[in-house]
Design a binder for this molecule. Structure first.
Ligand code: ACO
Ligand code: OAA
Length: 447
């Protein structure tokens, strides 16, 4: 049998054997996607790290949509972000300290923590050379492979004691920017024929500044502060988001830190999760080209209707950057990012594009409501404006999702550490009901 034919035959068989009647889910009370009937997530754990709030429960049943709120270790993210902006300082290290330890650092603790991060930013020579050798144009994939490689250079990789987990957490938070910057520089060199620069991280620079320095050397103060804020906003999102839950699931087996984090990277890469920031950028460019009049509401609505009906764009029926598993009226990070995007667009003379994006946001939500008519309140999510902001500070599309990982590594580590340390922990092991009849074995010669 020809190999191509065999693959075709097996894939045809896959069509049949993956079909599961959707009526069976309510019949057996299966929580599809680990969601309750009302769309809320099934409660699978307790945490003291992030708190994601998007609705209120109405006594007697039902949900009331409310403006979204996000808390890091009990602190309102909006308060943290506004304080950092007002005091004009870099906040990502402070937020990392808070998320890992449960408390805000004082000045001395923060200074020592920054120093520790700087000490850990350089990569092993072998990891560096590996990134140069690792071919491929997907930096999330290179990041996962580099994280697995870190296992080899850790003298104590499998030890899940508290000290060791914290040491590994800090090492990962410090090294993600270096890996991503070097991987992009290599990609740029191999794919676009540009000179290859491997710059050493500098002492006394924040993570955001060091990242920009390693990536492109020249950057402005505003670029660095903007990136820092994006890192702050994406650092943590509770235990239920897909990548953090993946890290918790894998960690619950007692596996090593690098295996658990590589699994989280794989999850975040997906276009429904962190990968949506690249999709939004791609969709925005597509709409810029395909909408003639950027102010014409009817034209935009018609295009979105066709997108939702899977007729145009990538025919998935999705409008990227819209909708969220928890938030309803608003995602607090999208609200902050929109304001940031507005200011930057003004600064960089890109008001026309910003106005178009803002109108797209409004019309996507309105068209979704009209076409889906499913009673679901949707808003833009964190990925809607992030790509536009990255683009305005000169960052390339290939690193949008890796930048999300560079922020979320903090939340992943905090959750892994919680998963491995709370009393009464258990391996996470839900159940699947088998809905197939039993078959009698037929010997090979009789088939
Ligand atoms: C960092 C992050 O992960 S933020 C999220 C980033 N992802 C995106 O922006 C991708 C676009 N958005 C989506 O796909 C979804 O809104 C998700 C995955 C984020 C959340 O999905 P869910 O909570 O499962 O949405 P839910 O199932 O309640 O949606 C109900 C219906 O609305 C649809 N829907 C939800 N969001 C969208 C969207 N953006 N575009 C089109 N349809 C959508 C669903 O497909 C579903 O339709 P169906 O019943 O006809 O199948
Ligand atoms: O919570 C989620 O489902 C998605 C997520 O990680 C985020 O919005 O940051």
């Amino acid at each position: 049998m020809k190999k191509e034919y065999l693959i075709y035959k097996l894939s045809e068989a896959m069509k049949d054997c993956t079909r599961i009647d959707t009526d069976l889910f309510p019949k057996f009370d299966v929580k599809r996607g680990l969601r309750n009937e009302d769309g809320t997530g099934v409660l699978v754990g307790l945490t003291k790290i992030g708190n994601v709030v998007g609705y209120e429960r109405i006594p007697g049943g039902g949900l009331k949509p409310i403006p979204g709120k996000l808390f890091y270790r009990g602190y309102d993210l909006e308060d943290l972000a506004h304080a950092i902006l007002k005091e004009k300082r870099f906040g990502f290290e402070e937020v990392a300290y808070l998320l890992l330890s449960g408390s805000l650092p004082d000045k001395e603790e923060l200074a020592s923590f920054r120093e520790l991060i700087n000490d850990n930013m350089p990569l092993e020579q072998k990891t560096k050379m590996n990134i140069i050798e690792l071919e491929g144009n997907n930096i999330m994939n290179i990041l996962a492979r580099s994280v697995l490689e870190m296992y080899r250079f850790d003298s104590n990789p499998d030890d899940t004691s508290r000290d060791n987990l914290m040491r590994q957490s800090i090492d990962l938070i410090s090294k993600f920017p270096t890996i991503i910057a070097y991987a992009f520089n290599m990609l740029r060199h191999a794919t676009f024929g540009r000179s290859l620069h491997i710059r050493h991280p500098q002492e006394n620079l924040s993570i955001a500044e060091n990242f920009l320095y390693m990536l492109k050397r020249d950057y402005t103060e505003l670029d660095a502060r903007t990136l820092d804020l994006l890192l702050v906003l994406q650092a943590e999102h509770g235990g239920g988001n897909n990548s953090t839950f993946t890290v918790r699931v894998t960690s619950s087996t007692g596996t090593d830190t690098y295996s658990a984090i590589a699994a989280g990277i794989g999850s975040l890469k997906g276009p429904l999760h962190g990968g949506a920031n690249i999709q939004v950028a791609d969709m925005f460019h597509h709409l810029q080209e395909n909408i003639q009049d950027w102010t014409n509401v009817d034209e935009i609505d018609t295009y979105f209707t066709r997108m939702l009906n899977k007729e145009v764009y990538n025919k998935t029926g999705l409008i990227y950057g819209i909708g969220h598993a928890v938030y309803t009226i608003s995602d607090p990070r999208a609200v902050l990012l929109k304001e940031l995007a507005r200011d930057l667009a003004h600064e960089k003379g890109r008001e026309r594009e910003f106005a178009f994006l803002e109108l797209l946001e409004e019309r996507a939500i309105a068209t979704f409501g009209k076409i889906k008519n499913n009673g679901k309140t949707v808003s833009s999510n964190v990925d809607f404006y992030s790509g536009f902001v990255y683009e305005m500070i000169g960052l390339p599309q290939e690193i949008y999702t890796p930048l999300f990982a560079m922020a979320r590594i903090v939340g992943w580590c905090a959750h892994r550490n919680e998963e491995l340390n709370f009393e009464g922990k258990r391996i996470i092991r839900p159940a699947y009901k088998n809905v197939l009849e039993e078959e009698k074995y037929v010997p090979l010669k009789k088939r």
